[in-house]
Design a protein around this ligand. Sequence first.
Ligand code: ARG
Length: 461
Amino acid sequence: TQQQTWSQRFESALHPAIARFNASINFDIQLIEYDITGSQAHAKMLAHTGIISTEEGEKLVSGLEKIRQEYRQGDFNPGVDAEDVHFAVEKRLTEILGDVAKKLHTARSRNDQVGTDTRLYLRDQIQQIRHLIRDFQGVLVEIAEENIETLIPGYTHLQRAQPLSLAHHLLAYFQMTQRDWERLGDVLRRVNISPLGCGALAGTTFPIDRHYSAKLLDFDAVYENSLDGVSDRDFAIEFLAAASLIMVHLSRLSEEVIFWASEEFRFVILKDSCATGSSIMPQKKNPDVPELVRGKTGRVFGHLQALLVMMKGLPLAYNKDLQEDKEALFDSVNTVKACLEAMTILLHEGLEFRTQRLAEAVCEDFSNATDVADYLAAKGIPFREAYNLVGKVVKTCIASKKLLKDLSLDEWKQLHTAFEADIYEAISPRQVVAARNSYGGTGFAQISKALTRARSQMTTH
Ligand code: ARG
């Protein structure tokens, strides 16, 4: 049986199944580099404050660095007997340095240690996710630039509503992910606070300098209250909420891509590099990428829910329940990164918009009906009156299997004397889109401005 760090106080050894149940090393090994960095800062602080000697501090720092190298070379693989990454590193450090290693845990607890590690990890990951959002936005802007004049049906209730510029449709996702990018920046402000030095829960008897270690680790601030510092997981929940919203946005786009690629819509062609086939139906080409993104969205929502429920009944301060935060965070981080990357590739090289089909699609419906009403309203007819008249026209057109563009000028004039020959231009899909030149609208002139704004939003830090 294995000696645990805390075995002296115990009569007998841990049941092997309980040891496995208790252990987090299988997943928190991912924190090892942050654990080492955090311990190095702690060691430097201990030396800086004279709690240990300068020489002892230096030994601790370089011994920890050796473990980092061993880990990177694949030579450090602690098993379940190590319990968690913190004990694993401390044990290995004792093998390397001998007695001096036993001073590392002075004025520290695993509770402030794990909180420090998790925040350092999340800070790194948030920065990586923000970069991936920028890559995704870059592709959106690129495709939007090429498709300002490509028209696509716009929907409400998934019923044809008003035609749009394809660029406008894509830039809607730009703005959603821009909020995601900003939201992560806001989360980062509360992630980047140091709990190191909160101790087990009450602080420490040693004359530590929490601001010193926080500065070494590039934290912006320190937790004001030691109890709060070791038991707060708001930052993790906030991150999962922000991650969930990223997934909402990716999932909505996925859903659109999936039906755009269907025979019923035929708006996009899926390229071979991002689609898969069927084991039985030889003709199939399936949109697995957006389907997986849509499916994985549930995982991230689930992790958010798991942490909220895990936290709600916890008394202060640390409880082992908190160990459950890690798999939720790790899986969410990995899922969001993988989905952002896959969607960026899908947009960049996996989709081809069928511009001919789109041009036909915007001509085959009544999505220019609002423009007939607007035409009359612009000539002084009260909008509701004009709207009622056009409603009747649409009804008779449907009965006679005609579209608005098929009505003769005589027929228009019989409907209302205000109609002139320019009604045909006014209801052409291109003009319908161009005319929506209000700020933030789909009009082509607006889109050029929207693209300029998007490009400058992308360069803010
Ligand atoms: N593995 C633990 C966790 O992830 C580390 C902290 C353990 N602290 C304790 N008092 N048991 O939460």
